[in-house]
Design a protein around this ligand. Sequence first.
Ligand SMILES: C[S@@+](CC[C@H](N)C(=O)[O-])C[C@H]1O[C@@H](n2cnc3c(N)ncnc32)[C@H](O)[C@@H]1O
Length: 225
Amino acid sequence: MRTGHEGTGPGAITPDGCAVELYSRLPLGPDPDIIAGAVPAGARILELGSGVGRMTHPLLERGFTVTAVDESPEMLERVRGARTICSPIEDIDLGETFDVVLLASFLVHSGDVRVRQGLLRACARHVTADGCVLVQREGEDYHTNVPRERIDPSGATIRIVSSEPLGDGVNSVRAEYEFPDATWIQTFRARPLTKEQFEEALAEAGLEVDKYLTEDRIWVRAVRR
Ligand SMILES: C[S@@+](CC[C@H](N)C(=O)[O-])C[C@H]1O[C@@H](n2cnc3c(N)ncnc32)[C@H](O)[C@@H]1O
C-alpha cells in the first residue's frame, strides 16, 4: 500500500486504495468527449492509471489506439481491446513515444512530490515532439467544499467526507461510496496545487501548458517545452 493510502470494501484494493469492483461500477461523465475534442483523430494514446478501463473503452470506441498502464494487475485484468502494461507509472520507460499521454484521475496531485515528478517525467518521456499530454486537475474547491455528497447515475451516494491537512501542503482525504449492497471507503493523500504551482510542476518535467481545455481549468493540454 502507498503511504497514507487505504481502502476498504469488497474485492481487490489497489496500492493507492482504489477498489477494483467500485471502479467497475462507476459510470464516466463527459471526459472521453473532452479528450476526443482535444487530440487528433485516431491518435495513439498512452493512458496512465487506467484502472479497469472506464476511459480506455470509450476511447477505443472513438477510434483511438490505447496502451493502458496501471500498477494493479486486478484492474488491468478488466481492460479489453487495449495493450496493457502493469507497472508503477514512475518506472515506465517503454522506448517509444505516443501522440497523446493521458494522466487523469487527479494523479498529478500526488501527496509525494517525488511521485508527482516521476509521473510528469513519464509523461514527458513518452510523448512525441509534436504530441500532447492531457492532465486532469482537481477543481478549485476540491479540498474546501467538504463535506459534500452527490448521487451518482449508478445510484451510489458519493461523499467526500473530509480533507484534513497533514502539514507540508498535503491533505488526507476520505471518500465514501455507498451502494445499496456495498460500501467502499478510500483514504488518500493529495496535494492541492494552484494554477502557478501546477505550471511549475509541469516546467520541472519539461512540459508547459498549451491550453486549459475546460472553463474550470480541470482538463489541461500540455506540450514539450
Ligand atoms: C482513481 S483510479 C482511476 C482509474 C481510471 N483512470 C478511471 O477513471 O476509472 C486510479 C488508478 O490509478 C492507478 N495508480 C495510481 N497511482 C499509480 C501509479 N503511481 N502507478 C501506476 N498506477 C497508479 C491505481 O492503481 C488505480 O487503478
